[in-house]
Design a protein around this ligand. Structure first.
Ligand code: 4NP
Length: 160
């Protein structure tokens, strides 16, 4: 069975992508599939390197029964070679990832998180940084749905 390397990417790596990482880890753990995966997250910016997730991200995870632990790091060009699935939260992250990718040679690995969302396929995961608790809950629900479908896709295509 292959080892599937998944990297979730947003701007700051303190709100959306660490939450996506935590939700996805929870789902694969519940299905006893964690040994098939390497799961991480990072940001395209250097704004919060070394920081823990935003306190509102932690609250949102815990309120929804998810453990979260991540130290913020910035996306590197090595990540583009190493990971099999690089999942951007919005179009701006997606473009910044492709910009780092040498002439787009890794473009086929780069997805939008909501490519996997049946409600709002191809839309963006909104940036909750200037939002409120309601925005964080909306983000949680988008990530939860998208992570379910992404895992189903991996199970049907790679872990079959
Ligand atoms: P994230 O949210 O990209 O989901 O982690 C943000 C976090 C921090 C900032 C912007 C977005 N910031 O400008 O510091």
């Amino acid at each position: 069975m292959p080892n599937v390397r998944v990297l979730f990417v947003c701007l700051g790596n303190i709100c959306r992508s660490p939450l996506a990482e935590a939700i996805f880890i929870d789902k694969v753990t519940r299905k006893n599939l964690l040994h098939h995966f390497e799961i991480d997250s990072c940001g395209t910016s250097n704004y919060h390197i070394g920081d823990q997730p935003d306190s509102r991200t932690i609250t949102s995870a815990h309120k929804n029964g998810i453990k979260i632990s991540h130290s913020c790091r910035q996306l590197t060009s090595d990540d583009l070679a190493y990971f099999d699935y690089i999942i951007a939260m919005d179009q701006s992250n997606h473009q910044n990832i492709l910009r780092l990718s040498n002439n787009g040679i890794h473009a086929e690995k780069v997805f939008l998180m909501r490519d996997f969302d049946v409600q709002g396929k191809g839309e963006e995961v909104p940036d909750p940084y200037f939002g409120d608790e309601k925005t964080f809950q909306e983000v949680f629900e988008i990530l939860d749905r998208s992570a379910d479908n992404f895992l189903q896709y991996i199970q049907e295509t790679v872990l079959k």
